[in-house]
Design a protein around this ligand. Structure first.
Ligand SMILES: Cc1cc2nc3c(=O)[nH]c(=O)nc-3n(C[C@H](O)[C@H](O)[C@H](O)COP(=O)(O)OP(=O)(O)OC[C@H]3O[C@@H](n4cnc5c(N)ncnc54)[C@H](O)[C@@H]3O)c2cc1C
Length: 497
């Protein structure tokens, strides 16, 4: 039997579920259905309860938002979700780079850092070096308004070329010494942020993150609560969610409606189709999908590059890192671990009152770029956490469990980073490789030679004659952020519905 509906949304990440809810709220008589291939709503937001731990969430995907991101901040407030600050770097945090230990407070001491910075670069943190570079490229950049930035993106030239024709990595190499570049790369913790992505997008992206009014916060019950709460509101408003349904392809019928073909479910005919998914997921739809073969769409889809990222969590009976003088925030290394985040100790349950023995969680590795390959090599063959587990009664954590070799490598590197001879055994471990299908990456970046602002607009409805829309983080103005995913959903609502 074929279902006839008003709006089909495919993809149950934050962009899809948010658009579904807003559209349903706008007009409760609409017949709206959301289809998601996995057995959960949330996509790249996954908050898990570590085994035997209470009151602490392991964030396998997005873990924080910035208070200067209006849509996500307002959504969190509207849903009444309790939040807390998300500390990142403090003076006590460890930097283990080029075989040398430093604290956060040492980064501005040129005698303590193993990088031969130029005279003027000395005494600056990696963040300040990036800010200086941006200010050299565009004097006064840190003070520009949103509108002025748009003008810069479109018209500003550096050495005769528009910013969108230039690569961020190339530019950084022109305005800082190669040692300073290595320093910001190693101490920054992320490799893919300083790759050669579109400079017109990379510059304001950096400023938003490092800007003076930017503060990180997180949702106490887990970032996944956000899409879950939105999903509840959508269903309460009359919306329908179908899990475990993979869209295979879709066609336009003679009457202009869209017929959706799923792997193992009857087809659906919809007046509108919203594809709320990143580049890789679009590319995984059937090769013969006429919409995707259209030259306009074929040009638009590869305008961004997905970047895999990897997260590894270890659970311990106590917070051993306090022996190394660190309590929260993150430590950074150039070893394959790259970033270590101290998620903390149990806050609830009987153990919360025993300061010495509280089960404690560390994100032992948060890495990207070539380091993902290091950890991927230790995963079991065919490992996947993203396919559907329909009837599974097992705790969700179990699908992320680490092989022992991965834990051993992590333990060895943690000892080195913290300069500790002894580390207790981890009693549980979990990991997530975001290079897996259907994601292909944790975040997407605009490619050089692409006018990101134009593609963003076009992606909302790539072909006038097809009522098919594309939303989500990948083709947004805030890539790598929930805010970006929500921005595209808002634009869709404002311009098409
Ligand atoms: C490791 C990591 C760290 C991050 N850190 C942060 C952070 O700290 N703060 C922040 O704001 N953001 C962060 N992000 C980014 C943020 O999580 C994403 O921007 C956001 O969740 C993306 O939402 P989306 O709706 O665009 O896409 P997704 O969440 O990718 O949703 C797409 C959905 O489509 C489904 N799908 C794909 N193909 C099909 C198909 N054929 N049929 C049916 N369903 C399909 C997928 O299963 C998925 O559920 C991080 C992401 C990762 C992975």
């Amino acid at each position: 039997m074929t279902n006839h509906i008003d709006i089909a949304i495919v993809g149950g990440g934050i962009s899809g579920i948010y658009a579904a809810w807003r559209l349903q709220k706008q007009d409760p008589t609409r017949n709206i259905h959301l289809y998601e291939l996995s057995d959960r709503i949330g996509g790249r937001l996954i908050s898990l309860d570590p085994p035997e731990m209470q009151g602490i969430k392991a964030e396998f995907g997005g873990m924080r938002y910035l208070t200067n991101q209006p849509i996500v901040s307002n959504l969190v407030a509207e849903l009444g979700l309790a939040t807390r600050p998300f500390p990142v770097s403090g003076d006590e945090n460890i930097y283990y780079l080029r075989g040398q230990h430093m604290r956060g407070s040492d980064l501005t001491d040129s005698k303590k850092i193993p990088y031969r910075l130029s005279w003027l670069e000395r005494g600056k943190t990696p963040g300040e070096l990036v800010m200086n570079a941006i200010d050299t490229l565009i004097p006064g950049a840190t003070k520009l308004t949103k509108e002025q930035w748009q003008d810069v993106k479109e018209n500003y030239t550096f050495q005769g070329k528009h910013l969108w024709e230039l690569g961020w990595w190339n530019l950084l190499h022109q305005v800082m010494s190669s040692e300073a570049f290595k320093f910001i790369l190693d101490a920054g913790g992320y490799d893919t942020l300083v790759t050669n992505w579109n400079a017109a997008e990379a510059l304001p992206w950096y400023l938003a993150d490092f800007g003076p009014d930017a503060q990180y916060r997180t949702i106490i019950d887990g970032m996944e609560t956000l899409p879950r709460m939105v999903a509840k509101q959508f269903v309460d408003a009359g919306g329908n969610i179908h899990l475990g349904q993979r869209l295979n392809t879709f066609v336009k019928r003679e009457d202009g409606q869209i017929e959706l073909i799923f792997d193992d479910a009857p087809p659906v005919i919809a007046q509108h189709l919203i594809l709320a998914m990143p580049r890789r997921s679009l590319e995984l739809l059937d090769d013969d999908t006429e919409f995707l073969l259209h030259p306009t769409v074929r040009d638009l889809i590869p305008t961004v590059t997905p970047h895999p990222m990897f997260k590894l969590f270890l659970c311990y009976r106590y917070a051993w890192w306090q022996d190394a003088g660190v309590n929260n925030g993150r430590s950074v290394t150039d070893l394959p671990l790259r970033q270590v985040y101290y998620f903390g100790s149990e806050r609830e349950g009987p153990a919360a009152y025993n300061q010495e023995l509280r089960d404690s969680l560390v994100m032992a590795s948060y890495d990207d770029g070539e380091h993902v390959g290091f950890w991927r090599g230790l995963a079991d063959r065919g490992h996947s956490t993203t396919h559907c587990f329909p009837e599974s009664a097992e705790p969700r954590w179990n699908r992320y469990t680490c092989p022992s070799a991965m834990i051993e490598h992590a333990q060895r590197q943690l000892k080195v980073v913290h300069d500790l001879e002894y580390l207790p055994d981890a009693y549980a471990a979990g990991f997530q490789d975001w290079g897996q299908d259907p994601y292909g990456g944790a975040w997407n970046s605009w490619n050089i030679h692409v006018k990101g602002w134009e593609v963003q607009e076009k992606m909302i409805q790539p072909l006038d004659e097809w009522p098919v829309y594309v939303i989500g983080e990948a083709y947004s103005g805030a890539q790598g952020w929930i805010e970006g995913a929500l921005q595209t959903a808002e634009t869709l609502l404002k311009t098409k519905f």
